[in-house]
Write a protein that binds this ligand. Sequence first.
Ligand code: NAD
Ligand code: UFG
Length: 370
Amino acid sequence: MTLDKPSVLLTGGAGYIGSHTYVALTEAGYRPVILDDFSNSHPVVLDRLAHLTGQRVLCERGDVLQTGMVAEVLKRYHCVAAVHFAGLKAVGESVQQPLRYYHTNVSGLLSLLQAMDSVDCRSVVFSSSATVYGDPASVPIKENFPCAPESPYARTKLACEDMLNSLAASNPAWRIGILRYFNPVGAHASGLIGEDPHGVPNNLMPYVTQVAVGMRDKLRVFGSDYPTPDGTGVRDYLHVTDLSEGHVAALRALIAKNQSFTVNLGTGEGISVLGVLSAFGRASGRPVPFEFVPRRAGDVAQYFADVSQAQALLGWRATRTIEDMCRDSWHWQQKNPDGYRTSMSSMQPASSHRNQEPAMPLQPTVAGTA
Ligand code: NAD
Ligand code: UFG
C-alpha cells in the first residue's frame, strides 16, 4: 500500500454516488478505500473502477455496523477522513421497514463515528438529502430553512445530521461536512459506471432510460396539475459527476480550511418532468412515450436549491446541463442494458461517445477484496 497520497474511507463506495466519487477523488490525488457490504451494489463495479483509474482498487467487503472492523480498516490504511455513503435510500421502503432504516442509517453512522473516534480520525463527509426539508414554503431552498422530514428515510437523515452536529459541538477536533444532495442523475461520461437500480426504478431518470431502450413501454408522469409552469413536478437535477466533484471540494474544505458546514448540492435550477423528457429527446434522439397519471403520494410540487453557500464555502458549483445528464444516462443505459451484469467485453460503445472511451486495454480484475 502506498502512503504518498491521503487515504479516505468511502463507506458505500461501490454504490452509485460512491463509485463516481471514487473516480473524482482518485483524479484529485486522494487514495480512496472502499468499505461496502454489496447489499445494493455489484462487485463488478470494482473492475470498472480499476479500468477507469488505471489503479488497483482498495476495497474491504464488510458492514459499517461492525465498529471494530471499521476501526481496523481506518487504521490499516491510515485514513485521514471518511465519506459516509453507506445506507438505505428508498422512501417507500422506509415507510414499510422503519426499524431497518434506523438501524442501517442511524446506527450505521454511529458505528462509523465510534470507530473514527477510536483511531483519532475526525473528518467526515456525510450524504444527507434535500428530503430533510419536506415541502418547503418557498424556493429556492436555503440551508437555514426549517427541516420537516416526511418519511422515515428523511427522518433518519435528519437524526444523522443531529448526531453529527452534537459531535461537532462536543469537540472542535471533529470536522464535519453535511451535504444535502438534490436529485443526482446521470453517469460517468465513459459509460463504465452508472446507476443500476434493482427491479422497477422508483426514480425518474432510470425509468426514462429504460423506456427509451425498450425495456418498459411508457413513462407514467405522476401529476399534471401541480402549481408549476407546466403542471408537472419540478426538481433540481444534478449530474452525478458534478456531485462527485462536490465531495472533493468538501474534503478539501474540511482538511485544508478546518471548516465544518452543512450545504446544499444542486444546480440551483428547477426542471419539470416534461422538461426532462424534452431534454432527453434532444440528447438521445428518442422521444419517450408517456401518459399522465395521478400524483404519487408524498411528492411535493417543486423544490430546488439555493447554491450560494456551496459556492462560498466550498468554491464548488455544478457545471453540467440537463442535456449532459440525459446524454450520459442514456449512454450508460445503452452500453449496459443489464447494468453491471453486462460484461465489459460485450459492451456496445455508443457512437457519440467513442472518443471518451478509456484508452486502456481491458484488464483482468485487479480489485482486492477482503
Ligand atoms: P447506493 O445504494 O447506490 O449506494 C449505497 C452503498 O452502500 C451500496 O453500495 C450498498 O451496498 C452499501 N451499503 C448499504 N448498507 C451498508 C452497510 N451496512 N455497510 C456497508 N455498506 C453498505 O446509493 P447512492 O444513490 O449511491 O446513495 C449514497 C448515499 O447518498 C445514501 O446514503 C443515500 O441516502 C444518499 N442520497 C442519495 C440520493 C440519490 O438520489 N441517489 C439522494 C440524496 C441522498
Ligand atoms: N416521476 C414521474 N414518474 C416516475 C418517477 C418520477 O413522473 O416514474 C416524477 C416525480 O413525481 C417527481 C420527479 O419525477 O416529480 C422526480 O422524481 P424522483 O423519484 O426521481 O425523485 P424525488 O424528487 O421524488 O426523490 C429523490 C430521491 C429521494 C431523495 C430526493 C431528494 O428518490 O430519495 O430525491 O434528494 F430524498
